[in-house]
Design a protein around this ligand. Structure first.
Ligand SMILES: [Zn+2]
Length: 266
């Protein structure tokens, strides 16, 4: 099979983010001291992941949450592609929080996130909705901010970028089935949690002509189930990420970043 592009993307957002009922802003998983957002793993994990990317020699696309850009030193991602990811990790659909947002509310959130990332990192060139909620109403607001690329959609079977018809090109994150027939999504979440190995993702990539893969910085040093990793667990976890990335590159994919449309926009 001829291989095309490989898009590795990273959500840089609050640790173990969770929607909170009745609230627009997300929290962090309550580990006994309440659901207030935390950023210690996001910040530490960013350093670990940047080292892995340096070793492997690829650039990634970072989707930075606005509030995270204000709290965490994101200077290390210069040289990578920068997107944004809401301001307070809002569920723009309101489904998980029960908070209905008007299109004016959604626009306000998007502008706030865009500006926080512009002011603290660099002007974002793409967008990923928190919780991968692909909402055409929100997507159609992006061109007004100069954003022409989005990556908020899971797509079964492949991930070739396509024109949404909303002024934005979509870079989907693929889903498929593994060798035993179980569904797999190209997010490294289950691997960080110890439920999948690097080979699952390399096998997934082997069945595709274009591949996209995603993770979070906090997941480099904290598990949702199991809490903060010790130093040896962090090393093993980083080694698994390195193994996936080198395995995908060894298949012949060319690393690429999500930055602009490839179908006619500039
Ligand atoms: Zn997120």
């Amino acid at each position: 099979m001829s291989r095309g592009k490989f898009y590795f993307s990273v959500d840089l957002d609050r640790d173990v983010n969770v929607p909170l009922p009745g609230r627009v802003a997300a929290g962090s998983l309550d580990r006994g001291s309440g659901p207030s957002p935390r950023w210690s793993s996001a910040e530490k994990g960013l350093g670990i992941l940047l080292d892995v990317l340096d070793e492997v020699g690829i650039r990634a696309t970072f989707f930075v949450e606005g509030r995270t850009a204000e709290v965490v030193d994101c200077s290390g991602i210069s040289g990578h592609s920068v997107g944004f990811h809401g301001y307070d990790h809002e569920d723009l659909s309101g489904e998980s929080t029960g908070v209905e947002l008007s299109s004016g509310d959604v626009e306000g959130i998007l502008r706030k996130g865009f500006e926080a990332v512009s002011d603290n990192v660099s002007r974002p060139v793409c967008f990923r909705a928190p919780y991968m909620v692909f909402d055409p109403g929100a997507i159609s607001l992006l061109p007004g901010m100069g954003i022409r690329a989005d990556s908020s959609e899971y797509r079964l079977g492949g991930c070739d970028p396509y024109d949404t018809g909303l002024g934005v090109v979509e870079y989907p994150v693929p889903k498929s089935r593994d060798a035993s027939g179980k569904p797999i999504a190209a997010y490294l979440w289950p691997m960080h949690e110890g439920r999948r190995g690097p080979e699952d993702y390399v096998d997934m990539a082997a069945g595709m002509g274009t591949f996209a893969l995603a993770t979070h910085t906090w997941h480099m040093c904290e598990r949702r189930d199991g809490g903060v990793m010790d130093a040896s667990e962090q090393r093993l976890n980083a080694g698994r990420v390195r193994e996936v990335l080198t395995g995908v590159l060894d298949l012949g994919f060319s690393p690429a970043v999500i930055c602009r449309s490839r179908v006619g926009y500039s």
